[in-house]
Design a protein around this ligand. Structure first.
Ligand code: NAG
Ligand code: NAG
Ligand code: NAG
Length: 504
């Protein structure tokens, strides 16, 4: 109940205010320059109140009153001398509706307009309209070219010139900075707003987005100015293109000098730590082309880049190498392996040929017509097989040795020539077939012909690939498997051959 009484009281109070405010005007009117505006005024419910005269009073600023139009039912209209003279008139010549129209309004027309009645007996009654002059601001924004540094500087500006009412400027950016704005009243009544964005610009801020937004009453929506920051800095240089594979003779090696700079680099200079460039290195702007890799480019290269703000350097040490895992050198390696295999194959073939030939030939000791009998003095494995002079010439036939007690020593001992013991019909020289090439075979044949040249021949053999067949003169027959036993005769067949084959 209490609140209801309170509401009723408020309503009564309000109606009391309304009743006393019998001069009706619009509270606010907007206009652009050069337009015409209507300022309406009306005295409602005069009742017994006598209306004697009405006046329009202009206040540009509080307290500075200026009478611009007067109407008296008897004396008519009057327009005192003012800035409005000639532009102002009553729309209806009546005390009840003393509305006026102002043509070609100016920014300076903005202010309070009071419609004031002189009445009897209650005295003066009035209503006030505020004329708001509007002006679209001239908006603009621009980034400020700055140099990178730790001091805070203005990196972008934004302006709203001669707006009415004053514009509001805000900034949107990911940059780490702040802004301030100032408003300046122009002589025509408009306001110019200027805003500055300040920050300590880093080179990484170059190109960063920054947007200025201007809001103002005459604009449907804020006007935006997207921009990019412009931060200048001297070059930061790096050399690329070195692949750690500058092998001797390479022809397509190159280095590239990359410079991060603003403004752009105008000049690249290539040098080496020792001074000038090697003759084989050619410069093509930021590229260094090495026509052929040799020792002269086994050095430290320096690239220097310059722009208007300064210069930056970088260096790279190239290590020239002899051979690498490069395809061409891999080919060399493969070739070496293939060559070795081929040589081995050739040697095997030669050995096989020799072995087969020795198999076909029968060893024969002088004066011994029976092949199965080698005499009771010596029994030597493989004697018949390597003989080049054919069967029956066992004096000159080569003798393969076989050391039964030491199988691991077979190959080793196989390299040796064996002098038949004194009791043998003839001395024999035993070459190791695997060590013989054609030249060796020839020498071997010669050797067979002359035992007297033995020492000389040995020296000549030393010249074959560092692997000379050696002569060996056994001091004890038994050590070298020389058998003087007929029981071993059967072994000179298959088993003997296979043993010979094992040598190979
Ligand atoms: C108003 O009119 C005057 C003269 O007619 C002209 O010079 C001025 O530019 C106009 N102002 C605007 C805001 O249109
Ligand atoms: C921003 O503030 C600085 C001082 O703090 C002043 O010098 C500068 O004029 C101001 N700029 C604007 C647009 O208000
Ligand atoms: C390149 O120079 C280094 C020392 O600076 C040296 O050890 C290397 O052998 C050189 N390489 C060639 C291919 O000359």
């Amino acid at each position: 109940m209490g609140s209801s009484w309170l509401i009723l009281g408020v309503i009564l109070l309000s109606s009391q205010v309304v009743r006393s405010q019998r001069v009706r005007v619009l509270p606010e009117v907007e206009a652009y320059p050069n337009e015409s505006v209507n300022l309406r005024c009306e005295f409602t419910n005069p009742g017994s109140t006598k209306l004697t005269q009405v006046s329009w009073i202009f206040e540009a600023t509080e307290g500075h009153r200026e009478n611009i139009a007067v109407f008296h039912p008897t004396y008519g209209e009057s327009f005192p001398k003012s800035a409005f003279k000639g532009r102002v008139q009553f729309t209806q010549a009546s005390l009840e509706y003393p509305s006026i129209r102002i043509d070609s309004v100016r920014m300076s027309d903005a202010g309070r307009y009071t419609c004031e009645y002189a009445t009897y007996p209650s005295g003066n009654e009035q209503g006030t309209t505020t004329l708001i002059m509007l002006a679209k601001p001239k908006n603009s924004a621009t980034p400020v070219v700055v140099q990178a540094g730790s001091a805070k500087v203005v990196v972008a500006r934004c302006e709203a010139l001669q707006g009415k009412p004053a514009a509001t400027v805000t900034w949107v950016t990911g940059a780490m900075g702040e802004y301030n704005s100032t408003s300046q009243a122009e002589s025509d009544g408009t306001v110019t707003v200027k805003s500055e964005y300040r920050m300590a610009p880093a080179s990484t801020d170059n190109g960063r987005d920054i947007t200025c937004m201007i809001s103002q009453r005459t604009q449907d929506r804020p006007q935006t100015f997207p921009m990019k920051l412009v931060v200048q800095y001297p070059p930061t240089v790096r050399i690329e293109g070195y692949d750690n594979n500058w092998y001797m003779g390479r022809t397509d090696a190159s280095l590239t000098c990359h410079a991060d700079a603003n403004p752009k680099v105008v000049d690249f200079t290539w040098t080496t730590l020792s001074g000038n460039l090697p003759a084989t290195a050619k410069v093509d702007q930021n590229r260094l082309l090495v026509q052929k890799v040799d020792e002269s480019v086994n050095t430290t290269f320096i690239c220097e880049a310059k722009n208007s703000l300064g210069s930056g350097k970088s260096q790279l040490t190239a290590a020239v190498i002899e051979l690498t895992g490069d395809p061409s050198s891999a080919g060399v390696l493969v070739g070496a392996i293939l060559g070795s295999l081929l040589a081995l194959l050739l040697a095997s073939a030669l050995i096989t040929v020799l072995v087969i030939r020795s198999r076909r030939q029968q060893p024969r000791y002088t004066g011994d017509s029976d092949q199965g009998t080698y005499g009771n003095k010596a029994r030597i494995f493989g004697v018949k097989r390597a003989s080049k002079n054919g069967t029956g010439d066992n004096n000159n036939g080569p003798i393969y040795t076989y050391r039964e007690s030491e199988p691991g020593a077979l190959v080793e001992k196989g390299n040796e020539f064996l002098h038949a013991p004194a009791g043998m019909p003839a001395p024999h020289h035993i070459p190791m077939t695997c060590e013989l090439d054609e030249a060796g075979q020839r020498k071997f044949d010669t050797l067979n012909d002359s035992m007297e040249e033995e020492e000389e021949e040995e020296e000549q053999y030393d010249g074959f690939g560092g692997l000379p067949p050696s002569y060996h003169i056994p001091r004890h027959e038994d050590d070298y498997g020389v058998y003087i036993d007929d029981d071993m005769e059967s072994q000179r067949d298959g088993s003997i051959i296979s043993r010979t084959a094992i040598y190979v």
